[in-house]
Design a protein around this ligand. Structure first.
Ligand SMILES: Nc1ncnc2c1ncn2[C@@H]1O[C@H](COP(=O)(O)OP(=O)(O)OP(=O)(O)O)[C@@H](O)[C@H]1O
Ligand SMILES: [Mg+2]
Length: 296
C-alpha cells in the first residue's frame, strides 16, 4: 500500500538523516512527503533544514526565491511561510533560469548541511524535456544528496531516474504516488502565486530612491529607466542573501524600489518578471530585451 510505503520511507529517512531530494512531476505529493519526513525527523530529535526550491508554488518565502527554513520542533512545521534564508532566482519557472535555480538551491543546501543533520529538498515539478532533465542533473551534481526520492505515476520518472543513477553516486529510490493526491488546477496555482506576491509586498511598503549602479546585472549607460518600471527585483544584502522582493518604479525622472525589506539593502538583482502592485499579477519579460531592446 502506498500509504504504508510513504510512512515507512519517511521514518527511514528521518532515522538515517543526511540530504534527501524529493523529485516528481507536478501534483505527485512532494511537499506532503517533505512534511511527513520532517514530522518524523522532529520525533527522532533531528535538526532539520527544509530547502524549498519550488519557485512557482513556494512554501517557504515568496515565489521567485528558493527558501530555507530551520525545523527543530513540531510547531515549526505549522507555518512555513517565513524563510530563515532566501536566495533570489527571478522567475516562477525554473526552466527559464536554470543557472540561478541550481545555484540558489545548492547554496542553501550547503547552508543547511553545515548546521542540520537532515536536509530535505523540495523541488519543482520540472522533470521532463531537455531543460527539466538538465535542471535535475545539475541539482544532483551540486546538492549531492545521499538519497533522491522520485515520486512516480506509472513509469514517467524512469528516464530521469536512469540518468541520475548512471551519472551520480547518490541512491535513487522510486515511490508510487499516493492514491489520495489531488491535482491543483492552473487557476488555483495562479491564485496561490498571486497570494504569494501579495504577501511579499504587504505593508509597510517603502519607496527608496535607487542609483543606477546598484543592479546585478549592471545596467548599461544610456538605458531609458522607463523600461525598468514594474520590474521585479531581489533586494540583496552584501553577502549573497535575498532579503525579500521589490518592484521598480520610474516616475518623473526618478527610479525607486518599492519594498518592505529595504533595511540592510545593498543591491538589487533584476528578475525576469514585471509585477503589478495593484493586483499582484506578474508578467514574464526577457531581461535582455528590457536592457537592450532586443534579444542578444
Ligand atoms: N499522502 C497523501 N494523502 C492525502 N493527500 C495527499 C497526500 N499527498 C498529497 N496529497 C494531496 O495532494 C495535493 C498535492 O500534493 P502536494 O502539494 O504534496 O504535491 P506536490 O508534488 O508538492 O505538488 P506541486 O507540484 O504543486 O509542488 C495536496 O492537496 C495534498 O494535500
Ligand atoms: Mg510542492
Amino acid at each position: 500500500m502506498p500509504e504504508t510505503i510513504h510512512a515507512q520511507l519517511a521514518a527511514d529517512i528521518a532515522a538515517n538523516g543526511g540530504v534527501v531530494m524529493l523529485v516528481g512531476a507536478p501534483d505527485t505529493g512532494k511537499t506532503t512527503l517533505a512534511h511527513q519526513i520532517m514530522t518524523e525527523g522532529v520525533k527522532a530529535g533531528r535538526s532539520i533544514a527544509y530547502v524549498d526550491a519550488d519557485v512557482g508554488q513556494s512554501t517557504v518565502g515568496p515565489p521567485t526565491c528558493v527558501g530555507l527554513r530551520w525545523i527543530n520542533k513540531a510547531e515549526d512545521l505549522d507555518d512555513l511561510a517565513k524563510a530563515d534564508d532566501l536566495r533570489f532566482v527571478g522567475s516562477t519557472s525554473p526552466e527559464r533560469l536554470v543557472l540561478q535555480q541550481v545555484l540558489a538551491t545548492a547554496t542553501l543546501v550547503d547552508v543547511g548541511r553545515r548546521t542540520a543533520d537532515l536536509v530535505v529538498i523540495d523541488t519543482t515539478g520540472a522533470v521532463s524535456g531537455v531543460v527539466g532533465q538538465t535542471l535535475k542533473y545539475h541539482k544532483m551534481e551540486l546538492c549531492r544528496p545521499e538519497l533522491v526520492v522520485a515520486l512516480q505515476r506509472g513509469t514517467e520518472m524512469e528516464p530521469i531516474i536512469g540518468m541520475l543513477r548512471r551519472f551520480f553516486a547518490g541512491r535513487v529510490e522510486t515511490v508510487p504516488v499516493h492514491p489520495e493526491v489531488s491535482a491543483v488546477s492552473p487557476d488555483e496555482r495562479s491564485t496561490r502565486r498571486q497570494k504569494g506576491f501579495a504577501h511579499a509586498f504587504e505593508d509597510p511598503l517603502e519607496r527608496w530612491r535607487v542609483r543606477p549602479t546598484v543592479f546585478a546585472p549592471t545596467i548599461s549607460a544610456g538605458l531609458d529607466f522607463a523600461r525598468l518600471d514594474g520590474m521585479l527585483v531581489g533586494v540583496q544584502d552584501g553577502d549573497g542573501r535575498c532579503l525579500g522582493l521589490g518592484a521598480l518604479e520610474y516616475d518623473e525622472g526618478v527610479l525607486r524600489v518599492i519594498t518592505n525589506c529595504g533595511e540592510g539593502m545593498q543591491g538589487l538583482r533584476l528578475g525576469s518578471l514585471k509585477v503589478d502592485l495593484k493586483d499582484h499579477r506578474v508578467q514574464r519579460v526577457n531581461l535582455r530585451e528590457v536592457m537592450f531592446g532586443l534579444d542578444r
